[in-house]
Design a binder for this molecule. Structure first.
Ligand SMILES: Cc1cc2nc3c(=O)[nH]c(=O)nc-3n(C[C@H](O)[C@H](O)[C@H](O)COP(=O)(O)OP(=O)(O)OC[C@H]3O[C@@H](n4cnc5c(N)ncnc54)[C@H](O)[C@@H]3O)c2cc1C
Length: 422
């Protein structure tokens, strides 16, 4: 029997830190449905048992689960928010002026209707299949997030002796974690000539634990039939192509892959929401509304954040704005020297005292400067000793703008690394 469609003022998909912060910020006057596919809210933070979360948001050093728990408690206190766990969103479609969200759960298939949708469904890890490695896929090839899940949530050790491919933050954190649990971590191998993770993680996870970092090297082959027995490492040229004759064999029982995160945007793409190829998430305005009226994108579904505190901040912005929208007039933000910049559009009808931009430089820069220009006139500038693509930066700009104005954010530096970021 077909179940009755249930209406909510706002529906949020994903109860990770982004969905939780957005739900917490929505005006009490609006009914909110927060949908989570897992048994517990908290998203990826549930498995991040290391500390370092919350320094900006709570001025405290918290573990991932502690940070998530603070938001879960805040959300549970809100009488207008209903949290549905073990509920998976399988389809979202637009019908007339509403969005119909179809879910599956123990109770069966259910459809919800709303005019305002917040996409907070996080990101996924690139797998070994998405990088060019020859050989079979025996047991022991896993993503860093999988390894983290095994060790931190399931209490299982997936390796005794491993190689880590990729120097992204999760790979660095897992190198330390596996070493602390007694594994022999032979090294972190990175195809780029500079590390991909935050500088603090290079120090605290590798240098402090004597784990070698090998730059301009990659894994080109996996050996083993049922279980990994070893990997082949090759040096790469400046275009990251393996150099013949540089191969070396390393004996190990696992290859842990940490080669990047990709915003999860299947739902957005099915709704024909415009996606920025640089962030791989939707284009948004300063309220985190996508170019499709009524649909917001927040957290790692919007772009991959390195600090959860900023995830909470932008998600709160979306939550506060939802239901208070006015007719939008958008100005596109032109940018130069950035790997990406968010928001990519400004709605001139909802400008606040300050407008926040997040950006990453497109290469390593020393003595750098960011300038914001309106109609060719500088209205804001900030200097940096150094900028690196892995470190996301935030600026808050007192912006006054009319709909035909030209807005530019320009990055420049005295010294620019010759090796551009991806
Ligand atoms: C290994 C690791 C270490 C990190 N370390 C730090 C750190 O030290 N400090 C720091 O500040 N930040 C850290 N971060 C970053 C921080 O954890 C993330 O930025 C943050 O979790 C992103 O929040 P999110 O809600 O966007 O995504 P997620 O946490 O991924 O949550 C998304 C949620 O959406 C749900 N979902 C997805 N699709 C559906 C669907 N179809 N139906 C229903 N539910 C769905 C998922 O189950 C999940 O719960 C780390 C991240 C990782 C992965």
């Amino acid at each position: 029997m077909l179940k009755k469609v249930i209406n909510y003022d706002v529906v949020i998909i994903g109860a990770g830190p982004a969905g939780l912060a957005a739900a917490e910020a929505v005006d009490e006057a609006f009914s909110v449905l927060l949908i989570e596919r897992e048994a517990r809210a908290g998203g990826i933070l549930k498995q991040c048992i290391h500390d370092g979360f919350g320094l900006v948001r709570f001025k405290e050093k918290l573990s991932g689960p502690e940070y998530a728990e603070r938001y879960i408690q805040m959300v549970l206190k809100k009488s207008n928010v209903k949290l549905e766990t073990l509920t998976f969103v399988i389809k979202v479609e637009k019908v007339k002026d509403e969005y119909l969200i179809t879910t599956t759960s123990k109770q069966g298939i259910q459809t919800y209707a709303t005019k305002r949708l917040i996409l907070a469904n996080g990101c996924r890890e690139r797998t070994a299949r998405q990088v060019n490695i020859h050989g079979d896929r025996p047991a022991g090839v896993m993503t860093a997030g999988n390894a983290q899940n095994f060790v931190n949530l399931m209490g299982l050790m997936p390796t005794k002796k491993c190689v880590i491919l990729g120097s992204g933050d999760i790979g660095l954190i897992m190198a330390r974690r596996l070493k602390l649990e007694g594994a022999d971590v032979l090294g972190v191998y990175e195809a780029k000539s500079t590390p991909s993770g935050l500088s603090r993680n290079i120090q605290q996870c590798l240098i402090d634990f004597d784990i070698p970092l090998h730059l301009s090297k990659t894994v080109t082959r996996v050996f083993g039939n049922r279980r990994v027995e070893g990997v082949e490492i090759s040096s790469v040229d400046e275009k990251m192509n393996p150099i013949k004759g540089t191969e070396e064999y390393i004996e190990c029982d696992a290859l842990v892959v940490s080669v990047g995160l990709i915003p999860e945007n299947e739902i957005a793409e099915n709704l024909n929401i415009s996606i920025d190829r640089r962030t791989r998430g939707p284009f948004v305005d300063q309220n985190m509304m996508t170019l499709t009226d009524g649909i917001y994108s927040v957290g790692n579904a919007l772009h991959v954040h390195d600090l959860v505190d900023y995830v909470s901040e932008v998600s709160e912005t979306a939550g506060k704005n939802v239901g208070h929208e006015r007719k939008r007039e958008l100005v596109e933000v032109a940018s130069k020297g950035c790997m990406y910049l968010v928001p990519q559009y400004i709605d001139v009808n909802s400008l606040k005292e300050k407008t926040t931009f997040f950006f990453r430089s497109n290469t390593d820069m020393l003595k750098a400067k960011v300038i914001v220009m309106v109609n060719g006139e500088e209205i804001y500038a900030k200097k940096y000793v150094a900028l690196r693509p892995p470190e996301m930066e935030k600026i808050s700009v007192p912006l006054k703008l009319e709909k035909d104005d030209k807005l530019e954010v320009l990055l420049s530096a005295e010294t620019i690394d010759a090796c551009p970021a991806e």
